[in-house]
Design a protein around this ligand. Structure first.
Ligand code: FES
Length: 119
């Protein structure tokens, strides 16, 4: 896949500031997160018990799983709080002419978070 293989997801108006919205893109469940200044794309699945992350609270760059309360940094997917210890996948995102686009990449989805060594 070329580095410029971005795929249209939605118009920016579909994800109001401070919210998240779920989309299906190229067969993957993607959650677009809109902080008040930026957009980020993460996989819409918690690394703990595989719950959907949609409906979770977004606090600045922290996304909180609605099932058991694990938190993830939406900038790089890092698990920030238990019970999750593995990161979630993130996707490169760009906004062009009010269109949100992401790039689907292959590669490892999960890496240990800061609490992984404690388990
Ligand atoms: S499924 Fe997300 S914290 Fe348990």
């Amino acid at each position: 896949m070329s580095p410029d293989s971005f795929i249209y997801v939605a118009d920016v108006a579909a994800v109001p500031p401070g919210t998240t919205t779920a989309f299906r893109v190229s067969g993957r469940d993607i959650l677009i997160c809109h902080t008040r200044e930026e957009f980020f794309a993460v996989e819409n699945q918690c690394s703990h018990a595989l719950a959907k992350l949609e409906g979770g609270k977004l606090r600045a760059y922290r996304l909180i799983c609605p099932l058991h309360g694990a938190a993830f940094d939406i900038r790089d997917g890092t698990a920030m709080g238990k019970p999750a210890v593995l990161s979630i996948r993130t996707y490169p995102l760009r906004v062009i002419d009010d269109r949100i686009e992401i790039r689907i990449e292959q590669g490892p989805a999960q890496k240990p978070g800061p609490g992984a060594a404690e388990v």
